[in-house]
Ligand binder design. Structure first.
Ligand code: PMP
Length: 287
């Protein structure tokens, strides 16, 4: 069945939604995005995603074509008309389509930003085999640009990382810079040592995950210890547990890193507990 998508103010069948070949998202990856998860037909942490979107736009001096209130309405309408129960809403804003290709930013008064939203249905996403069995990751060098805190659509290196993982018979890759893990290709990375949850501190080197913020807050509320600091692959391989977080995977256990089994090779207790708490609280707070 054809989805209804949103493009620059219109709700359209997906086949009819067309973007210009001069769009800077297409020519220059000059765009930002967000993915908001949907569980039981409700949006998870919409506020967090809307705030980070605004920050990404501000950092790139890009005009928003929509107010945050209207944005919520568009999300809700797309979930409703496409009858999404579990899945997510993808949103992308680019610096629009100027008359010609040029490195300089166009005048926003003459070139409005392009906005696109579409839904992705993933029935039963909260009970995936990967969440039950855990995933295997490889480590790769982090070759991305230096502003990973901005959620841009430049996803070529993360895509290459996923392919490297796939080729190695694994599920994902953790990226390493100056000897320390930055994050997963599309998620934040954590280890657990002696009941302490360890994850890299926020900076321009990683995306400030919305799920990360929620999970760390819930961990502290549940009296778990959290330490935000650098860690190496060797330390991760020697940890009691490892896991990732993202809006699409929630909390997902990692059971192998570069061929080394983590703990007893099955999902750890803390990761499992955090996943339960996160899903439970998110479902309650969904809008
Ligand atoms: N890091 C990177 C590089 C990502 O692409 C993502 C997901 N888009 C995350 C972390 C997790 O962020 P969130 O929890 O907001 O989905």
């Amino acid at each position: 069945m054809s989805r209804t998508v949103y493009l620059n103010g219109d709700y359209l069948p997906e086949e009819e939604a067309k973007v210009s070949v001069f769009d800077r998202g297409f020519l220059m990856a000059d765009g930002v995005y967000e993915v908001t998860s949907v569980l039981d037909g409700k949006l998870i942490d919409f506020d967090g995603h809307a705030k980070r979107l605004q920050r990404s736009l501000d950092e790139l001096d890009m005009a928003s074509p929509i107010t945050m209130e209207d944005l919520l309405e568009v999300h809700r309408e797309l979930v409703r008309v496409n009858e999404v129960v579990d899945g997510g809403v993808y949103l992308q804003i680019t610096r629009g389509a100027p008359a010609d290709r040029d490195f300089a930013f166009p005048d926003p008064a003459e070139t409005p930003s392009t906005i696109v939203l579409f839904t992705q249905s993933k029935p039963g996403v909260a009970d995936s085999p990967a969440s039950r069995n855990g995933i295997k990751v490889i480590s790769i060098e982090d070759q991305r640009w230096g502003r990973r805190d901005i959620k841009t659509v430049q996803l070529l290196y993360p895509s290459m990382g996923k392919m490297m993982a796939k080729k190695a018979g694994c599920d994902d890759a953790w990226m390493v810079e100056d000897g320390h893990v930055t994050e997963g290709t599309s998620n934040n990375a954590y280890i657990v040592k002696g009941n302490k949850i360890i994850t890299r501190q926020l900076s321009n080197d990683i995306l400030h995950g919305i799920t990360r913020a929620a999970v760390l807050r819930m961990a502290k509320e549940a009296q778990m210890q959290v330490e935000e600091r650098l860690f190496t692959i060797e330390e991760a391989q020697d940890a009691d547990e490892a896991f990732i977080t993202s809006a699409t995977t929630f909390v997902q256990p990692v059971v192998e890193i570069d061929g080394a089994q983590i703990g007893d090779g099955t999902p750890g207790m803390i990761a499992k507990r955090l996943r339960e708490i996160y899903l439970d609280e998110s479902r309650k707070a969904g809008i």
